[in-house]
Design a protein around this ligand. Structure first.
Ligand SMILES: NC(=O)c1ccc[n+]([C@@H]2O[C@H](COP(=O)([O-])OP(=O)(O)OC[C@H]3O[C@@H](n4cnc5c(N)ncnc54)[C@H](OP(=O)(O)O)[C@@H]3O)[C@@H](O)[C@H]2O)c1
Length: 272
């Protein structure tokens, strides 16, 4: 995929998978706009993206924004287009993770998860579609393997990520005629600040299930994403084990459930 002289907009571009996607595009000649809430992290990320510059006319801009606040999204995206150009690629990577027993999941956490992971994506696409319509392009909504398989502890997270897949499937059909390709990225567990802070706080059943999978790097996930975009894939699943789980879930849905149930039983028996 030729990324030279293109504008790439990335929510959650100050950290983890979003930042790796930003650096990948910058190293291939794109202008990049990143969006997140924490100004200090944005400044640091912008400096890291700047180090990947390959041409003097590339623009790198950072915007403080909470994607769940629709009115702010409209204003900030308009400014970002003025300063960075019409986006050729929009990557919606901003997200809130976390695993909890449902009985211990506060209403606010459920609400925030939906507002950021689902409404956030809706908001940025609605704001940028008028600009993307002009020349076509790509929209990537970051879901998760938890967006096609329900795992112990992820009632809020998986619900939001399943919603992202459904939303994207509908949008893909609608935007095809505008030459805008819509994909979902479904990464496996990836070594990012989100995983480092929330990974250890997960219920032990969730940790045991994830324990069989292994961690990818954000750079690996970003490279797989751009490869998937080039092929215009809808579901982009980095790594062989993720692809296998996706296939097995589709063809034999009872199998992964039985395996997870067995792991959960073992953990619960061990802890009495
Ligand atoms: N890491 C994994 O194992 C994994 C696996 C599957 C899917 N994912 C998904 O991948 C995406 C990126 O996650 P990551 O692991 O790279 O996490 P991360 O390193 O914590 O990055 C999350 C990014 O989203 C931003 N963000 C969070 N809430 C936001 C909001 N309301 N408005 C704007 N920006 C917001 C954060 O910045 P601020 O906090 O400063 O706003 C940060 O830039 C998420 O959608 C996540 O669900 C991650």
């Amino acid at each position: 995929m030729d990324l030279k002289n293109k504008a790439v907009f990335i929510t959650g571009g100050s950290s983890g998978i979003g930042l790796a996607c930003a650096q990948y595009a910058a190293a291939r000649g794109s202008s990049v706009a990143i969006f997140a809430r924490d100004g200090k992290r944005l400044t640091g990320a912008l400096a890291d993206i700047g180090k990947c510059r390959v041409a003097p006319d590339q623009k790198f801009n950072a915007y403080q924004l909470d994607v769940s606040h629709n009115a702010d999204v409209e204003i900030v995206m308009e400014l970002a287009v003025k300063e960075t150009g019409d986006p050729f690629i929009l990557i919606n990577s901003a997200g809130l993770g976390g695993a909890f027993h449902f009985a211990e999941l506060p209403y606010k956490r459920f609400d925030d998860t939906m507002k950021i992971n689902v409404y956030g994506i809706r908001n940025t696409i609605a704001a940028l579609l008028p600009f993307m319509k002009k020349a076509g392009g790509h929209i990537v909504n970051v879901s998760s393997m938890g967006g096609f398989i329900g795992v112990f502890g992820y009632t809020a997270y998986s619900a939001s990520k399943f919603a992202v897949v459904g939303f994207s499937e509908c949008l893909r059909a609608e935007l095809k005629s505008l030459n805008i390709n819509v994909s979902v990225l479904c990464p496996p567990d990836t070594d990012t600040p989100m995983m480092q802070t929330q990974g250890r706080a997960r219920p032990k059943e969730t940790i045991a299930i994830a324990g069989n999978a292994g961690l990818k790097t954000a750079e690996y996930v970003a490279a797989a994403m751009y490869k998937g975009l080039e092929k215009q894939s809808f579901a982009i699943i980095p790594g062989l084990s993720g692809k296998l789980i996706y296939l097995i879930k589709r063809l034999f849905p009872a199998l992964p459930e039985a395996l997870m149930d067995r792991t959960i039983r073992k953990v619960q028996q061990k802890s009495g």
